[in-house]
Design a protein around this ligand. Structure first.
Ligand code: COA
Ligand code: AMP
Length: 608
C-alpha cells in the first residue's frame, strides 16, 4: 500500500486507523475506543485503556526472547568510552532504579526532574519514572540554574535526578552546583536528589537531601511496571513560547506509545534489532522520542552519543559511529551537517556506509546546499521532516517505510496520517496552493500530541486553539504546493531556532530588560550560516547612565549566560538610540531582521 492509500485510510476512518496501530502495543486493558471528544475542542486518546510505557519499551522485548540484544550503545568520544547495555540488563537496571525511587516514596503521578548529560543513566531515569507512572521532566544541560528553578516551581517535583557533571569538548559542566543553586532559587523544594557520580567530577552531596545513584539502589526490591490510564501524562517537556515563561508540553502515555511505534516502521523503516541513531540530546523532544522511547518501543538498538559533530575529535565522528555500530537510520539537525560540511566540504572523510539506509533531518529548515552535500556524499535518501515539541513526532515527512515519495528539496514532503494540514489566511480561511499563510492543523490532533500544557489549560487554548477556531495553530508559516508538498518558511511568533535549539526572544528580552542600565531592548534572530539563526540584541540605555556601551554589552552577554544558559548562544548586542516602532509603539522586529541580515552580510559580519 502506498502513501496515498494509507493517508486515505486514515482520512476515512481515523479511529479505526489508530485502533489498528494500537495493535503494536502491549496493553493491560486494551482500548475499545480511540478518540475521547467529550471536552472538544480539547481531545484525548485511548482514555479507557491502561498500559505501561516501560513495559513496552523494555520488558516485553525480554519476554519475547530478545534479552541479549543490545538496547543501548553508549558512544562517548568525550570520555573515550563505549558501552553496550542489553535489553535484559536494561530491564534489571531500570527495575532496580525504580525500586529505589519507590522506596523513597515516588509513586504514580509524582513529578521527577531529570538533569543529565548524554549517558545511558539518563534514559534509565526516564524509564524508571515511566515504570512507576511518575511524570518526568528532563531539562537540557545547557540551561542555567535560573531556568531549572523556573521548571522546579512549575512542575513541583518530588525528586531531582542529576549527574555530577556533563562534558563539553572544552570544559566540564558542573551540573551539581547548578542543581543546588536552582533549588535555592526555587520556592518549591524537592524531597530528595539522586546524584549519578561521574568519575570526571565527583560532586559534594548535601546530607539529608542527596543520595548517590548506586548506594541508594543497594538492596532494594526491583519495582514492577505500574499500569496507568491512557491519558496519564508520561512526561512534561518545557519549550519556548512567545513570553519568557516556558510552556510545559504534556505527553499522554497511550497515544505516545501508539504513535511512536507507528512512526518507527512507517517513517524510519526500522524494527526489532535494527540500529537507530538520533544525534540529539535527551533534553529535547527529539531525544525523548527518538533516542529513548521510539527505538526502544520498537525493539531497536538506540545509540546514545556523547560528543559533537565536529571536534570530538574531527568531522568524521558521525560517520565513525554509523560505520562502527552499523546504524540503519540516522537522524540529526541540519546545523550539525553544516558544521561537518564546513570542515569537510568535499566529503573526503565520509567512508562507504553500507548499513545506512537513510538520513533524516529536522529541528530547523534544511537548506538545499546541506541536502545536496549529504545526498552526494552519503549516497542515501535525505529526508527532511517537520515537527515540533508539541506534536512529539513528524507532522510532515517522506514515509520511507510506506513509500519513498519523490523528494522536492526545500520541502519536508507531505502530511502524515493523523494530520490534516491547512494553510490559512488571517481570517482563518484556507488559501489556494502556493499561497503563503499560517500553517494550522485541523482538530483533533492525532494520538501522542499535546492534550494541554501542564497546569495551564488557558494558556494552551490561548497559544494554540483560539486564533483559528477548529484548528491547532503551529506557529509556523508556509505554503502547500499543488502536489500537496509542504514548505515551512518562518515562525509567526517570537521563537527563533539557534543550532536546532528552540529559543524565545521574549525570554531573552526579559533578561536584558532586567539590566539596570537598559531602558528598552529587542532581541531578533539573524541569519547564521552555521546555526541557522543567531540572537542579536539591541539595547537602548537609560538617559544619563553614563556607561561605556561596550561594558553594558559585555554585562548583558554574561547576564544571558547566567540567566538562560550557554544554550542561548547570546554573544552579540549593540547599543542604539532608538528602536524602530509602529505608531502604536510595537517594535518592528521583522523589519529589524531584514535590515540586520542585509547589513551583516554587506559588512561581512554574517557569522560563517
Ligand atoms: N550542557 C552544557 N552546555 C552545553 C550543552 C550541554 N548539554 N550543549 C551545548 N552547550 C553549550 C556549549 O558548550 C556552548 O557553550 P560555549 O558558549 O561556552 O561555547 C553553547 O552551549 C552553545 O552550544 P552549541 O549550540 O552546541 O554550539 P557550538 O558552537 O558548541 O557547536 C554545533 C555548534 C553546530 C556543532 C552544535 O550546535 C551542534 O551539534 N548542533 C546540533 C544540535 C542538535 O543536534 N540539535 C538537536 C535538536 S533536534
Ligand atoms: P522544536 O519544538 O524545538 O522541535 O522546534 C519546532 C520548530 O522548529 C518548528 O515549529 C519549526 O519552526 C522548526 N522546524 C522543525 N523541523 C523543521 C523542518 N524540517 N523544516 C523547517 N522548520 C522546522
Amino acid at each position: 500500500m502506498g502513501y496515498a492509500q494509507v493517508y486515505g485510510q486514515w482520512q476515512q476512518d481515523p479511529e479505526g486507523f489508530w485502533l489498528s496501530a494500537a495493535g503494536g502495543i502491549d496493553w493491560v486493558t486494551p482500548p475499545t475506543r480511540a478518540l475521547d471528544d467529550s471536552r472538544a475542542p480539547l481531545y484525548e486518546w485511548f482514555t479507557g485503556a491502561t498500559v505501561n510505557t516501560c513495559w513496552n519499551a523494555v520488558d516485553r522485548h525480554v519476554i519475547a526472547g530478545r534479552g541479549k540484544q543490545p538496547a543501548i550503545i553508549h558512544d562517548s568520544p568525550v570520555t573515550a568510552t563505549r558501552h553496550v547495555i542489553t535489553y535484559a540488563e536494561l530491564q534489571d537496571r531500570v527495575a532496580r532504579l525504580a525500586g529505589a525511587l519507590k522506596a523513597k516514596g515516588i509513586a504514580k503521578g509524582d513529578r521527577v526532574i531529570i538533569y543529565m548529560p548524554m549517558v545511558p543513566e539518563a534514559l534509565e531515569a526516564m524509564l524508571a519514572c515511566a515504570r512507576l507512572g511518575a511524570i518526568h521532566s528532563v531539562v537540557f544541560g545547557g540551561f542555567a540554574a535560573n531556568e531549572l528553578a523556573v521548571r522546579i516551581d512549575d512542575c513541583t517535583p518530588k525528586a531531582i535526578i542529576a549527574a555530577s557533571c556533563g562534558i563539553e569538548p572544552t570544559r566540564v559542566v558542573h551540573y551539581k552546583p547548578l542543581v543546588d543553586a536552582a533549588i535555592d532559587m526555587a520556592d518549591h523544594k524537592p524531597d530528595f536528589c539522586v546524584i549519578f557520580q561521574r568519575e570526571q567530577e565527583v560532586a559534594k552531596l548535601t546530607p539529608g537531601r542527596d543520595v548517590a545513584w548506586h548506594e541508594f539502589q543497594y538492596g532494594v526490591t526491583p519495582a514492577d511496571c505500574v499500569p496507568v490510564e491512557g491519558n496519564h501524562p508520561a512526561y512534561i517537556l518545557y519549550t519556548s513560547g512567545t513570553t519568557g515563561a516556558p510552556k510545559g508540553v504534556v505527553r499522554p502515555t497511550a497515544g505516545h506509545l501508539v504513535a511512536l511505534n507507528w512512526t518507527m516502521r512507517a517513517i524510519y523503516n526500522v524494527g526489532h534489532g535494527d540500529v537507530f541513531w538520533a544525534a540529539s540530546d535527551v533534553g529535547w523532544v527529539v531525544g525523548h522520542s527518538y533516542i529513548c522511547y521510539g527505538p526502544l518501543i520498537a525493539g531497536c538498538t538506540t545509540v546514545v552519543y556523547e560528543g559533537k559533530p565536529v571536534g570530538t575529535p574531527d568531522a568524521a565522528a558521525f560517520w565513525r559511529v554509523i560505520a562502527e555500530h552499523r546504524v540503519k537510520s540516522f537522524f540529526t539537525a541540519p546545523t550539525a551537517l553544516r558544521a561537518i560540511k564546513r570542515e569537510d566540504p568535499d566529503g573526503k572523510l565520509v567512508p562507504g556506509l553500507p548499513d545506512l539506509q537513510a538520513l533524516y533531518l529536522a529541528g530547523e529548515r534544511a537548506d538545499p546546499d546541506t541536502i545536496h552535500w549529504a545526498q552526494t556524499h552519503l549516497k542515501v535518501p535525505v529526508i527532511d521532516h517537520w515537527w515540533q515539541t508539541e506534536t512529539g513526532y513528524a507532522i510532515a515527512a517522506n514515509p520511507l517505510g510506506i513509500e519513498h515519495l519523490p523528494v522536492k528539496i526545500g520541502s519536508p514532503t507531505v502530511a502524515m496520517p493523523g494530520y490534516d494540514v491547512q494553510v490559512l489566511d488571517e481570517g482563518g480561511h484556507p488559501v489556494s496552493p502556493g499561497t503563503l499563510g499560517a500553517i494550522a492543523i485541523r482538530l483533533p490532533l492525532p494520538p501522542g500530541t499535546l492534550p494541554t500544557l501542564w497546569n495551564a489549560e488557558d494558556r494552551f487554548c490561548k497559544s494554540y486553539l483560539n486564533h483559528f477556531p477548529g484548528y491547532y495553530e503551529t506557529g509556523d508559516a508556509g505554503y502547500i504546493d499543488t502536489d500537496g508538498y509542504l514548505y515551512i518558511m518562518a515562525r509567526t511568533d517570537d521563537v527563533i531556532n539557534v543550532a536546532g535549539h528552540r529559543l524565545s526572544t521574549g525570554a531573552m528580552e526579559e533578561v536584558l530588560a532586567a539590566h539596570r542600565d537598559v531602558a528598552e531592548c529587542a532581541v531578533i534572530g539573524v541569519a547564521d550560516d552555521l546555526k541557522g539563526q543567531s540572537p542579536l540584541g539591541f539595547l537602548c540605555l537609560n538617559k544619563g547612565a553614563g556607561r561605556d556601551p561596550a561594558d553594558v554589552v559585555r554585562e548583558c552577554v554574561a547576564l544571558m549566560r547566567d540567566k538562560i544558559g550557554p544554550v542561548a548562544d547570546f554573544k552579540r548586542a549593540v547599543v542604539v538610540d532608538r528602536l524602530p516602532k509602529t505608531r502604536s509603539g510595537k517594535i518592528l522586529r521583522g523589519t529589524m531582521v531584514k535590515i540586520a541580515d542585509g547589513q551583516l552580510r554587506s559588512m561581512g559580519l554574517a557569522k560563517a
